[in-house]
Design a protein. Structure first.
Length: 302
């Protein structure tokens, strides 16, 4: 026998619509967000359904094609949404609803603080701990990264400060990138604080180490300019120099030497401080994934 599918049955034989938010489902209060409802066919018209909370006049029973901009958002926009579609010639035959999408409104409370409880350069395979804390006694902290899923922990309180320690690892290259955290309360789970300042995590050890040398010798005279050269046979595109005890290093693009190796020459400040230096290599398309560190180079100052 021949099985004839109605348009509704045909729609349900494919994947249901997919609802997403751009640039993020966490939307700062007063800004806008674009919702995208994607389906296998371009000819569908979509509608948005808010599952919980008060209906919103901007989205309730409003038809759109694939994209709908919400905003400037307030707390009235927070909640769980789904989209569904139909063809104009079959308005009563609806697709299945998409999976739920939570819209979070941030900026309701002032930002917490995010710290790395060790160096921001984490060796491949090791663990790292990030601490989110605030003087506001939040119930929960959420840690977010562009490259990984979010993490959520109940807070602990100590001396009038709420905090949570996020232990992550053993780390892979996917754990590299920027991390931020937010705080919120159980009774309003879709209303978050401002984002903390970002923490930049580099994962090291994916490539062999470069070598580091001082071009004017191992001892620097006070007031002189010292040049440190980071060199590798691997075709790195960037080199990064760090001094122990200094939280931020700096990077330079690699250049190919006449011997075929790749290097970058770092000029140290004339007011030279003694210290132990290391360098790393990386590539532009994975700027948070670095090589193993060079052997340490100690520069004394006379």
């Amino acid at each position: 026998f021949i099985l004839l599918l109605t348009p509704l049955a045909q729609a349900r034989s494919h994947n249901k619509p997919s609802l997403s938010a751009w640039p993020s489902h966490v939307v700062p209060q007063g800004q806008s967000v674009e919702l995208r409802c994607d389906f296998y066919s371009e000819s569908y018209i979509f509608m948005l359904h808010k599952e919980h909370g008060d209906p919103n006049h901007q989205v309730h029973e409003r038809m759109f094609q694939r994209r709908l901009v919400l905003g400037p958002v307030t707390t009235a926009y927070e909640g769980t949404y789904r989209c569904y579609g139909f063809k104009s010639q079959y308005p009563n035959e609806l697709t299945a609803h998409s999976n739920p999408l939570k819209i979070i409104i941030s900026g309701i409370y002032r930002k917490p603080f995010l710290l790395v409880l060790q160096a921001a350069q984490v060796k491949l395979g090791e663990k790292m701990t990030l601490q989110c804390h605030s003087e506001i006694m939040f119930d929960t902290f959420t840690l977010m990264s562009h490259s990984m899923d979010s993490y959520e922990l109940p807070t602990e309180s100590h001396f009038g400060v709420s905090h949570a320690n996020f232990s992550i690892g053993p780390v892979t290259h996917e754990h590299a990138g920027n991390y931020t955290c937010y705080g919120f309360f159980h009774h309003t789970p879709h209303e978050w604080s401002e984002s903390s300042d970002p923490v930049d995590i580099k994962i090291t050890g994916l490539y062999k180490k470069p070598s580091l040398s001082a071009l004017i010798g191992s001892v620097a005279m006070s007031g002189e300019i010292t040049t440190l050269s980071c060199t590798s046979d691997q075709q790195f595109e960037m080199f990064h120099l760090f001094r122990e005890g200094v939280p931020q290093g700096h990077g330079l693009p690699a250049v190919q030497s006449h011997k075929g190796s790749f290097k970058a020459d770092f000029l140290l400040d004339p007011v030279i401080k003694k210290g132990t230096y290391r360098c790393y290599g990386s590539f532009r398309n994975s700027s948070h994934v670095w090589s193993s560190p060079s052997d340490p180079l100690y520069i004394p100052v006379t």
